[in-house]
Design a protein around this ligand. Sequence first.
Ligand SMILES: Nc1nc2c(ncn2[C@@H]2O[C@H](COP(=O)(O)OP(=O)(O)OP(=O)(O)O)[C@@H](O)[C@H]2O)c(=O)[nH]1
Ligand SMILES: [Mg+2]
Length: 235
Amino acid sequence: MRQVEEAVKAEILAVLRATLPPSSIPDPDARPRVCLFLGVNGSGKTTTIGKFAKLLIDEGGRVILAGADTFRAAAIEQLQLWGRRVGADVVCHQAGADPSAVVFDALQAAVARRATHLLIDTAGRLHTKRNLMEELKKIHRIASRQMPGAPHERFMVLDATSGLNALVQAREFHDAVGLTGLVLTKLDGTAKGGVVVAIAQHLKVPIAFVGLGEGLDDLQPFSPEAFTDALFAAS
Ligand SMILES: Nc1nc2c(ncn2[C@@H]2O[C@H](COP(=O)(O)OP(=O)(O)OP(=O)(O)O)[C@@H](O)[C@H]2O)c(=O)[nH]1
Ligand SMILES: [Mg+2]
């Protein structure tokens, strides 16, 4: 039994090790690095953006947040609150505005203010899933027209408590914008987030960060070893 467990563990590690966290502060000629955060509602996108901004600012980055979740007024306020907490400028429009227009303005501001990073918050839910995917594609299109290569990162944020349906969701987001990384949130709870192994394996998308709470410093680079050990630890 022990041998079986060791073999399975080695397999999982091999899948997860094929991943590298993205480097943080870009060279001056590659700024701003534009990171799009997407994922279903409640997965932890806005919170992750706040924590990621803190991490980058601690390393000397200058960060701008884009409020492209215009679906709810509260979403914009939540992002503004994070901006104040971590010391990042926030570019946003009114609720109901075109998210791509927000991204356009935010990218312009990021260039003008010589920001190292632009982090884009998006809606997790629109009237239909089709709307959501079309909107993400449009954001992608507008950003890349403005700055070739942008958005450089397309991070899917997913909640450790999600089941196998997260694989289906990840595939949809991957088809829409091509995911470059995963962020696994809420690992501080009882869930172990095993579904990311399936996603990493099927979509070949690396896991970049894990969320370990709601506080400012609760985002960490992903460790394949620590994650796999926790997966096999008795709960
Ligand atoms: N314990 C814990 N809670 C988290 C973590 N990340 C996010 N949360 C909480 O999860 C809830 C949803 O987080 P949000 O950041 O608002 O999620 P979202 O994806 O932006 O949600 P929508 O904007 O509605 O799509 C909030 O109560 C967060 O505080 C985490 O790593 N650990
Ligand atoms: Mg949000």
